[in-house]
Design a protein around this ligand. Structure first.
Ligand SMILES: NC(=O)c1ccc[n+]([C@@H]2O[C@H](COP(=O)([O-])OP(=O)(O)OC[C@H]3O[C@@H](n4cnc5c(N)ncnc54)[C@H](OP(=O)(O)O)[C@@H]3O)[C@@H](O)[C@H]2O)c1
Length: 294
């Protein structure tokens, strides 16, 4: 079995997790809406992730809605002491599967209470404030009132650590003036590297950077150069994409998403894949071709 601890650990606040984790969004039905297409497999994926050593699961009540948190509770509650569940608030789903902002202090407070109830915990390990705006890209604007609302819930003991999602560097700075930030979760992968500078800046501050869509999201990464590097290493392109992220910076924590046991095993095995300097240069060239915001 893969030893995922080989990829090392990094703190989320005072919770030190393995850098190879699991993102649970893919467990909901099509369009991240409704029940899973294969419920026994969804439960099995969660149980096998934890049995394989995963101690960091990313989720939200917007997945389903509520479906994914209910699966996590059914599969894993009572939770192992070392399991860190990171959730996010800031949106609600419409009956037509739409994603709608829910960012007032009252809506954020309701979402925290929903997550507490659905995960059946007294305190949430980490709550990310998911800023809406452009769908998967941050846009500028003050987040102070929203982040302060969550900081108040943290003071009340309902949340252990706070994080941010889909944010700019200026918004991270603004939040740091209000409370500690344990992690930032933005879109980033081998091809989409708009956050290169932010990854480095957060590493210098000891703040975790948790890329969403590490494999490219709903359309997984496809590149001839990636496939050829993977073939030369006897690995799969997805494993190489994850190994590249692990070597990109020590503060990167991985939450690859899958609804498949076979893909889970494949992804976890990337924790043991070391890439040479020469291979890293070839992979960096892919990112330069696809780099955005330059
Ligand atoms: N903060 C945010 O706004 C935000 C946004 C999106 C996601 N997230 C979080 O980030 C996590 C990761 O993102 P994601 O799941 O959307 O995208 P991802 O990890 O980049 O990719 C998931 C996609 O890749 C496929 N896949 C996974 N492993 C594979 C493999 N080994 N070979 C081939 N295909 C594979 C999955 O399909 P199968 O199910 O068939 O494996 C799924 O279609 C989510 O689970 C969620 O927790 C956060």
């Amino acid at each position: 079995m893969t030893d995922i601890a080989k990829a090392g650990r990094f703190p989320l606040g005072d919770l030190r997790v393995k850098r190879m984790g699991y993102g649970a969004m893919q467990l909901a039905g099509p369009g991240v809406f409704g029940p899973p297409k294969d419920r026994p497999q969804a439960l099995a994926v969660l149980r096998e992730a934890v049995a394989s050593g995963v101690d960091h699961i990313d989720t939200s009540d917007f997945y389903g809605p509520y479906v994914v948190n209910e699966l996590i509770r059914e599969a894993l509650h009572p939770y192992p002491d070392d399991l860190v569940i990171v959730t996010k608030v800031g949106a609600v789903r419409g009956p037509d599967a739409s994603w709608n902002p829910a960012q007032t202090p009252a809506e954020l407070t309701r979402a925290v209470h929903d997550n507490l109830r659905n995960l059946r915990v007294d305190s949430l390990d980490v709550v990310n404030l998911r800023i809406t705006g452009a769908v998967h890209e941050p846009s500028e604007g003050s987040i102070a009132e929203r982040f302060a609302a969550l900081a108040e819930l943290q003071r009340q003991g309902l949340i252990k650590h706070l994080g941010l999602s889909n944010v700019t560097s200026a918004q991270v700075s603004e939040a740091l003036g209000i409370a500690e930030v344990a992690c930032v979760q933005n879109l980033y992968n081998l091809v989409h590297r708009a956050d290169d500078a932010m990854v480095n800046a957060l590493a210098a501050k000891g703040i975790a950077y948790v890329p969403f869509f590490p494999l490219g999201g709903f359309s997984p990464l496809q590149s001839e150069a990636l496939s050829s590097v993977a073939a030369s290493l006897g690995a799969t392109p997805m494993q190489v994409a994850l190994a590249w992220l692990l070597q990109r910076a020590p503060n990167i924590l991985l939450i690859p998403g899958t609804s498949s046991l076979a893909h889970l095993r494949e992804n976890l095995a990337a924790a043991e894949l070391a890439l040479s300097g020469d291979v890293l240069s070839q992979l960096d060239a892919i990112g330069k071709q696809g780099r955005e915001h330059e």
